[in-house]
Ligand binder design. Structure first.
Ligand code: MN
Length: 228
């Protein structure tokens, strides 16, 4: 018998490809503007200024293959990204030891209420209303380092209704995976279960109900998500 005064909420998880194993998600960090071409399309400076991060809620992850168009927005954008899942963590992790903490990689979407995010930016308000809403993180399964190695290059793309809308190469990241782990660990205590969404290449754009998005990355498979 437990001492919880309400039923224990379910632990958000990501499936591990090729098995029935589950990766429990503790936190989700998302890096902003990590591909030069996307930085330019969002009006930013693609030079290597310090990275910035925001968070989604772990239970924003969605594995159903459906993305319900959210309320209070008329401009909901896709952002295809590579997810990096940590099996351990710590603080002040050196860049050359950062990859030792990686469990695996996956492909995911950082769905964004762009109009609400834009309003928040303009007013100097936090981004959660634009970024951390229900089912805003459609995700594919994780592929373990043992299976796919460490992913530092390879095509990443998003198609909508069969048309390529976003494409890039993971080697175009401004801040590489070991650098983002190291940087984050200076500000937060990272731990097993943390997931980093590593930024999106250029071509972000809106979806409508009925659209079919297919996200894929080299070695990480592809995942179809229908906007409903
Ligand atoms: Mn993003």
């Amino acid at each position: 018998m437990s001492n919880y005064v309400i039923e224990l909420p379910p632990v958000p998880t990501l499936p591990v490809a090729g098995s029935d194993a589950l990766f429990p998600v503790r936190r989700i960090y998302c890096i902003g503007r990590n591909y030069a071409a996307h930085t330019i399309e969002m009006g930013g400076d693609p030079n290597r200024e310090a990275p910035f991060f925001f968070q989604k809620n772990p239970n924003n992850i969605d594995l159903t293959g459906e993305f319900p168009y959210p309320a209070h927005s008329n401009d909901v954008h896709f952002e295809v990204e590579m997810a990096v899942a940590l099996k351990s963590g710590g603080t002040n992790i050196p860049v050359d030891q950062a990859l030792d903490h990686v469990f695996g990689y996956g492909v995911c979407l950082d769905m964004t209420r762009r109009d609400l995010q834009g309003e928040a930016k303009k007013l100097g308000r936090p981004w959660e209303i634009g970024k951390a809403f229900e089912r805003s993180g459609p995700s594919g399964p994780l592929h373990t380092v043992a299976e796919v190695g460490h992913i530092d290059h390879g095509r990443i793309e998003l198609k909508v209704n069969g048309q390529i809308r976003q494409e890039g190469d993971i080697n175009q990241m401004i801040w590489k995976v070991p650098e983002m782990i190291s940087y984050l660990s200076e500000y937060f205590e990272l731990a097993a279960g943390d997931v980093i969404m590593s930024g999106t290449p250029s071509g972000v754009g809106p979806v409508q109900r009925g659209d079919v998005m297919v996200m894929s990355a080299a070695g990480l498979g592809s995942v179809e998500v229908r906007v409903v």
